[in-house]
Design a protein around this ligand. Structure first.
Ligand code: NAD
Ligand code: LMR
Length: 338
């Protein structure tokens, strides 16, 4: 660094996090797609996370600017930028957690599955890089359609002999964040005190909020249940329409992604009782992937919880969710096996 004055300095080496002592304690995190609509606020929020010691920002465009900008924040994580496929290996080497928000977003009128043709290939290539350079990392997949991109990632890891189902998680946290917000609004509660499990997948009817299992326990009229379920299932479309062609949820998604990544890091650190919903390799239903509550620990997913008692409305919803999910999972698997 040419700007660093070359002089004797005194530094209080007792200060726990002094970089002169060998770097702040914490985890190494890479964000792939870091210069995008989600990537930028996600990078900003991860730079603020005290559990992160090194933050690698990778994209195929604009990473130098985003990296320079974020690196000026006076938090302890060291930020490095990586641009283009030639730098993917360096971006990934040594990472504990890799978060993938790379890929195109929806425009009004599109389904998440309409993104498959472009995003499937992007996720496949990035996961091949992970298999090669950081096969033990926890992987958080945000790129849509999550119901297919997670199965694609699993196939890529299987093919390369590095697959550990405990380390692969599709991010459905935004569905939980929305459910908490909308339910709190209806009940007149503080959203921070509300926790609604959302299971199934991350598209339309596959998004299945379990209002009967929310905390604190509350009851709803059938009109409220129908309204809330539909609003949660269509939350993504609500934002896509409001943005009118300028993309999909980015800010609330970055917030949700950081909530989820922080839980993964707390799990890696060994914290007890870190439980979040995610779309994961699963035996909770007959499908090979399903979103439900999982406990996160030192190896990633330590435990997957069964769905618990469902009411009649939720049982009907579950059958619809499974039917659509089966096709999306199969589509991802066949793509990756080609
Ligand atoms: P965006 O277009 O603003 O950003 C995407 C970024 O990915 C861009 O910077 C682009 O350069 C980069 N990119 C493209 N190909 C790449 C590659 N091969 N390697 C690395 N980077 C690459 O889009 P966005 O709004 O940030 O959304 C990204 C994805 O996240 C979309 O697929 C969107 O549908 C999805 N999404 C998922 C959720 C969820 O809940 N899981 C929520 C919101 C959005
Ligand atoms: C969301 O739920 O906001 C994302 O999956 C983006 C989208 O396309 O709706």
């Amino acid at each position: 660094n040419p700007h660093k004055p070359q002089m004797e300095r005194s530094c209080n080496l007792e200060t726990a996090n002094c970089r002169a002592k060998g770097g702040a304690p914490g985890f190494k995190v890479a964000i792939l797609g870091a210069a995008g609509g989600i990537g930028q606020p996600l990078s900003l929020l991860m730079k603020m996370n005290p559990l992160v010691s090194v933050l690698h920002l990778y994209d195929v465009a604009n990473t130098p600017g985003v990296t320079s900008d974020i690196s000026h924040m006076d938090t302890s994580a060291v930020v490095r930028g990586f641009l283009g496929p030639q730098q993917l290996e360096n971006a990934l080497t040594g990472m504990d957690l890799v978060i993938i928000p790379a890929g195109v977003p929806r425009k009004p009128g599109m389904t998440r599955d309409d993104l498959f043709n472009i995003n499937a290939g992007i996720v496949k290539t990035l996961c091949e890089g992970i298999a090669k350079s950081c096969p033990k990392a926890i992987v958080n997949i945000i790129s849509n359609p999550v119901n297919s991109t997670v199965p694609i990632a699993a196939e890529v890891f299987k093919k390369s002999g590095t697959y550990d189902p405990r380390r692969l998680l599709g991010v459905t946290m935004l569905d939980v964040v929305r459910a908490n917000t909308f339910v709190a609004e209806v009940l007149g509660l503080d959203p921070r005190e509300v926790d609604v499990p959302v299971v199934g997948g991350h598209a339309g009817v596959t998004i299945l909020p379990l209002l009967s299992q929310m905390k604190p326990p509350c009851s709803f009229t059938s009109e409220e249940t129908t309204y809330l379920t539909s609003r949660i299932q269509n939350g993504g479309t609500e934002v896509v329409e409001a943005k009118a062609g300028a993309g999909s949820a980015t800010l609330s998604m970055a917030y949700a992604a950081v909530k989820f990544a922080d839980a993964c890091l707390r799990g890696l650190r060994g914290d007890a009782d870190v439980i979040k919903c995610a779309f994961v390799p699963s035996v909770v239903t007959e499908l090979p992937f399903f979103a439900s509550k999982v406990r996160l620990g030192r190896n990633g997913i330590e435990e997957i919880y069964p769905l618990g008692l469902l009411n009649e409305f939720e049982r009907v919803g579950l059958e619809m969710a499974k039917k659509e999910l089966a096709g999306s999972i199969e589509k991802g698997i066949s793509f990756a096996m080609k």
